[in-house]
Structures are given as C-alpha cells and as structure tokens.
Design a protein around this ligand. Structure first.
Ligand SMILES: [Fe+2]
Length: 115
C-alpha cells in the first residue's frame, strides 16, 4: 500500500516514446522477460533521461500492481541506491502490470505493460 498522499495526482504515461524529457525522467520504464515460466520485470526510473539521485530530490519508492493489488514494493534511499529494481512474478501471459514510482518533488508516475 502506498504511503503517498491520497489526493496526489497520478501521472500515467501511455506512450513512453512520445513523452518529453521531464516525463521520461520520471516514468517507471518496464522491461519484462520470461525466466523459467515466470516473468522477470525490471523497472528503471530515468530510462533515456536520468533522474537526479540526491538528498533533496530522489525516487523514494517503486511499486508494482496487478489490478488494485500491490504485488511488489521497493523503498529506496537517496544517493546510495539507483532507481532500478527487478522481481520475478508468476503471472499469466496478457496480465497487465502497472509500475508506480514516487519522486519526492514531482509526485506519482505510472506506466503499464501487458505481459
Ligand atoms: Fe523528480
């Protein structure tokens, strides 16, 4: 469950390639690959355009959702962690996974992929 303020808007990016630099800097870009019958999802915040990772501006967490269910969460500290995480998920082909990240200055950003 997210600890973000309830009223904070969610920025859902639907076309990464068409996004501008500010959007690309914040969009949780997802790559899915099949590994032994499961899916390995790697989420990168800052794909193509690097996001700052400093004490006053960083990515605090990344979550993965299937529908309304949170299936993974990663809490990140500034400076020492890069906003790149991977997890294995045992899901059916075609399942839609939503990645959500939180920037302490620029809020919530999301991106969806169908497996
Ligand atoms: Fe930011």
């Amino acid at each position: 469950m997210s600890d973000a303020p309830i009223l904070e808007p969610l920025n859902l990016v639907t076309d990464f390639d068409a996004a501008g630099d500010f959007e690309k800097k914040h969009t949780p870009y997802v790559v899915a690959e099949q590994v032994d019958g499961a899916y390995k999802l790697t989420v990168t915040v800052g794909h193509e355009v690097t996001h700052p990772n400093q004490a006053d501006h960083w990515i605090g967490w990344i979550e993965l959702y299937v529908g309304d269910a949170a299936v993974a969460r990663f809490d990140l500290a500034p400076i020492v962690t890069a906003p790149v995480v991977s997890v294995l998920l045992d899901l059916e082909p075609g399942t839609v996974v939503r990645a959500v990240e939180h920037c302490n200055l620029h809020g919530l950003w999301a991106y969806e992929v169908a497996l």
